[in-house]
Ligand binder design. Structure first.
Ligand code: ZN
Length: 235
């Protein structure tokens, strides 16, 4: 049984609506990964912050190690001077070495103070790192929750999309193959392939139609295609 031009137009309009729904589902599905992007960025930022804090802690520890070695050298010097002091013969020598020992001890004290300060800075860095890790865990939790939410929504969308796509073969079945091919081509190129006329114009491209074509569209006496844009016209 062949469809009348009016019936073909009705089928094409229904097909276009179906295709529009499928396209909307596809668009929503493609937005899924974007919905979690912000959350993933927050986790990455937290990772970067932790890395920065750890790097600074490492540098401070290396600095402390260096000062500790210097302090050891300084301690050895004090010990050596103490031994020398026991062996001196004159008062003058003794006074000189005592003053040298005092200076070495002051130097050692300064180093130890500096080491303490560095270790305090290390402790601060470590507590900042712990806080940053907690913050990261929170962000990760948010990301996981959002991802689960999006995944659930996507699986619902995917099902709807598949259901709609499954209806397409039946929706195209009785449409003459040449008309269907023309519909598909224009739909792909222009986003819509079946449009109403507006007075004497194609509403897709605003091309003026012949009186003959306008009459045919109004009476659905044949399928009329816009000569300018290729869209199929209806009243
Ligand atoms: Zn047109």
């Amino acid at each position: 049984m062949t469809l009348t031009p009016r019936e073909v137009i009705e089928r094409l309009k229904a097909l276009q609506e179906l295709d529009r729904q499928i396209a909307t589902f596809d668009w929503e599905l493609s937005g899924g990964p974007k919905a979690v992007e912000g959350f993933a960025r927050a986790v990455a930022a937290a990772d970067a912050k932790i890395a920065q804090l750890e790097e600074r802690t490492k540098l401070l520890r290396a600095q402390a190690k260096l000062r500790e070695n210097e302090a050891k050298t300084s301690e050895a010097k004090v010990e050596r001077l103490n031994e020398q002091a026991r062996a001196v013969k004159t008062n003058r020598e003794f006074t000189a070495i005592r003053s040298e020992i005092a200076n070495a001890k002051i130097e050692l004290g300064k180093m130890e103070e500096e080491i303490l300060k560095i270790m305090e800075a290390v402790a601060t860095q470590e507590s900042l790192t712990a806080a940053a890790r907690e913050e990261r865990a929170k962000e990760q939790k948010k990301l996981d929750a959002e991802r689960a939410k999006v995944d659930a929504a996507l699986s619902g969308l995917r099902k709807s999309r598949d259901d709609h796509a499954a209806r397409r073969p039946a929706a195209t079945k009785e449409i003459p193959s040449e008309t269907l091919a023309s519909y598909e081509r224009v739909q792909k190129a222009r986003g819509n392939a079946v449009v109403p006329i507006e007075h004497d114009f194609c509403s897709g491209c605003m091309e003026r139609l012949t009186r003959n074509d306008v009459f045919a569209v109004q009476n659905a006496s044949r399928i009329v295609v816009c000569k300018s844009c290729g869209r199929i016209l209806h009243a």
